[in-house]
Ligand binder design. Structure first.
Ligand SMILES: Cc1cc2nc3c(=O)[nH]c(=O)nc-3n(C[C@H](O)[C@H](O)[C@H](O)COP(=O)(O)OP(=O)(O)OC[C@H]3O[C@@H](n4cnc5c(N)ncnc54)[C@H](O)[C@@H]3O)c2cc1C
Length: 436
């Protein structure tokens, strides 16, 4: 056990806290230590499908927006791996997801204060101490041995959990699985005669594309049902992308809770949908596969909610409802892949320890300052920063990799009490209100 008082302890090591660790390397006056419960760094391993790309440009790496001269840039990763020329000739702005994971692992390999295989099981607030601080209780996953670490500030980057309907739970994972487990179950999946995907977001279409490729060697039918009105693309126009800027986040954060919720509703096309390139690829694949009156290899039906599921005679029967025609029907399949999204992951201890101490905007959404501190009922100088569950406070970009760098700039500047990294403004062509 170390009695040292760290400046910051990071809970969870996904890209958000990893970016913070990388930026702290060049901030001599601050130091931090980070814990993750998984044995080694892997970025959404269940969805590391070959040939799929990030939905955003590679410039949204861990550090570029804060410090393009950092040794942890994606460009430097390519340079050190002697791939810069090929990337240049590829002339593509979006990095492959598998390579992005490799890049993150390369950064992990260069940082010392990252501890994998350690779960944070409690955080105790020592507000009354001479130097108010947090005690972070960490359990080594392999041995269940617990120890405490101490920090002035916390950065909670615990990511998200798969969202699964209650009616779909409790089935064997190799039969009914969330997309987050796709790569782990794929080998078994492709030996069954009929696979059904539920949902129509980016993950659903990536899995569908991958399975269509598998159909070249194996025979199975594919179906996709979605409650949405269609397979629609994500808004990717330049003026739409400006909503992922610090300037828009400033505006969004200044609105009241009701106005922010209303704004999220009006910005649906920026938040939900499929990358235009992925959709185009799907259409092309289907076109080519059906040349010469060949049977369409997939049934795609929008407007259809899959409400329930039961096992009968070794198969799964999905209870479906076409909501526009008010028509319910049963549909047989062998495997079900749930592309039903994710929800913010907040550990249980958080509610026990901090639920009554902080301010909430409603029963699930806590109040967060512009620089990502939780708002405590009693004023304090030892801060609890959160990188998760921010859509209601910071808008569309809450889960965007590019904006995570801007978040880390603000947190580091707040903790340091000076502008360590420039907090740029006036970054876009639009404005959202007339200055007084
Ligand atoms: C499949 C997929 C693809 C995505 N692609 C893109 C994209 O292309 N572009 C984009 O902008 N965004 C993308 N996102 C959204 C978002 O950028 C990513 O989810 C990103 O990984 C979020 O980073 P994070 O650090 O918050 O969380 P995560 O990457 O989810 O990491 C959280 C970590 O916290 C750890 N943890 C949780 N609780 C504890 C605890 N108590 N103790 C210790 N460790 C804990 C977990 O083990 C995990 O490693 C994607 C999301 C998914 C699911």
């Amino acid at each position: 056990m170390s009695r040292e008082l760290h400046d910051i302890i990071g809970i969870g090591i996904g890209p958000y806290n990893l970016g913070m660790a990388a930026l702290l390397e060049n901030t001599p006056e601050l130091e931090g230590v980070f814990f993750d419960k998984t044995p080694k760094f892997e970025w959404h391993p269940g969805m590391l499908i070959e040939r799929m790309d990030l939905t955003i440009p590679y410039l949204a790496d861990l550090v570029t927006f804060a410090d393009p001269t950092s040794k942890f840039t994606y460009i430097n990763y390519l340079h050190e791996h002697n791939r810069l020329h090929q990337f240049y000739f590829l002339s593509k702005f979006e990095a492959p997801r598998q390579e992005y994971n490799d890049y993150l692992q390369w950064v992990v390999g260069q940082l010392e204060k990252l501890h994998f295989g350690y779960e944070v099981v409690d955080v105790i607030d020592h507000q009354e101490a001479d130097v108010p601080h947090y005690e972070v209780v960490v359990e080594e996953v392999a041995t269940e041995k617990r120890s405490s670490y101490f920090a002035k500030h916390i950065s909670m980057g615990t990511g998200s959990n798969p969202l699964v309907l209650d009616t779909m739970k409790g089935q064997p994972e190799e039969d009914v699985l969330h997309t987050s487990r796709y790569m782990f179950e794929k080998e078994k999946l492709v030996h069954s005669p009929h696979i059904t995907i539920v949902g129509s977001g980016q993950s659903a279409i990536e899995v569908l594309l991958d399975l269509l490729k598998e159909q070249e060697n194996k025979e199975f039918h594919l179906s996709l049902f979605t409650r949405s009105s269609g397979l629609f693309q994500l808004e990717k126009g330049e003026f739409g992308l400006e909503y992922f800027s610090p300037d828009f986040v400033d505006y969004f954060h200044s609105l009241n809770f009701q106005e922010r919720n209303d704004t999220l509703d009006t910005l649906g096309t920026l938040r939900k949908g499929i990358n235009p390139n992925t959709l185009r690829e799907l259409y092309k694949v289907l076109y080519h596969k059906t040349i010469g009156e060949k049977r369409q290899p997939v049934t795609i039906q929008p407007n259809t909610e899959v409400r329930d599921l039961k096992k009968e005679n070794g198969k799964y029967v999905l209870r479906c409802h076409q909501w526009q025609k008010e028509n319910s029907f049963d549909y047989e399949t062998n495997k079900v892949i749930l592309a039903t999204g994710y929800k913010p992951h907040i550990p249980d201890w958080f509610y026990d320890r901090f639920g009554d101490k902080i301010e909430w905007e409603d029963d699930k959404r806590y109040k967060v300052t512009r620089d990502h501190q939780l708002v405590f009922k009693e004023q304090r100088d030892h801060h609890f920063f959160t990188l998760t569950n921010l859509e209601h406070s910071h808008g569309t970009s809450a889960t965007n990799l590019g904006l995570s760098v801007i978040r880390n700039i603000q947190i580091i500047n707040s903790v340091a009490g000076r502008e360590v990294y420039p907090n740029k403004r006036d970054t876009i062509f639009q404005q959202f209100r007339m200055e007084d």
